[in-house]
Design a protein around this ligand. Sequence first.
Ligand code: GLY
Length: 369
Amino acid sequence: MRLGCRYALAMSDIDRRTFLAAGATAAVPLMLKSTPASAATTRGDWRREARRAGPVVISSGNGLPAVTRAMEELQRGADPVDAVVAGVTLVEDDPGDMSVGYGGLPNEAGVVQLDASVMHGPSHKAGAVAAIENIRNPAQVALRVMRRTDHVLIVGAGALAFAKAHGFKEENLLTERAREAWLKWKENLNTDDDWLNEEQHLERDARAEMAEQLGIPWHYGTIHCAALSSAGDVGACTTTSGLSYKIPGRVGDSPIVGAGMFVDNEVGAAGATGRGEAVIQSCGAFQTVQHMAAGLEPREACLKTLQWIADHTKRRSLLTGAGRPNFNVTMYALRKDGKWGSACMLPGGSFTLHDGTEAKRLRSTPLFE
Ligand code: GLY
């Protein structure tokens, strides 16, 4: 289902300076600078424009502490990949955020399994871990994979053994709050499993709705964070506890380089939160960076990827009656010239930003109203 008018809106760009100078607070509507199509940036022009480089940090809606910390690190001269990992570590450590790290919602067996990836623009190196248990900071382990191995992705027991070899401490990541949420899910949805036939997909949508009504946390929560240093280098990280109550071993988009996160130091970074299966099937972050390389503004690039996902969503259980995706994905993009943007499939997505002055939470632009 195409939404021409929504996409036309994407042709405008947020005027970052105006927005930030206005001292806008969280939840203030986006302030748009109208850019006539004829005056819109033509392909590749941004590379020739005067650099409005970093430091800039962008993150998902739950990333306010992350952007603040990452900016402090950048201002101290840290590499952007170290800065974003320091930022997301705060959120991984926070038991109140049930989408990531310690206190993240567990899989269907009640075990917390975490995914994370990192990417370093200047060297184009990446590292990731998936389905790692008992280690609260998978982003830091992903950084070790990048720096201390010749691999990109290590999973499961191998990832845990690798982390322990590097001195990470094992601990139980299931907080009481997360255990109770899981138990409630188990007791109320006891015919539940993730082995679905076509009809059961429909039933699953109803279950998600029921879980919402019962107040059972249910999500694909994640934190993505990307940073641009004043030297113009880019780094990014995405870390998550993944889809709540997933089949043990299920891996989402977050640790998949090119899906949940991607960096091209000549272009910028992109990341995703939301339904990981859709992001994997679209190479979401890679695609978004490619759209920026082709000349799109960051928010346009995010919208174009979301439109691609919508166009390629065929499964009936994933579509509304109007033929639109019934799940959310939020994309985040940070370009090498300091421009940034975010868009979501459905209303409700948000992102956080630090431009060196202050940290803010802003609304992502929905593709579908
Ligand atoms: N985007 C997080 C996940 O699907 O695991």
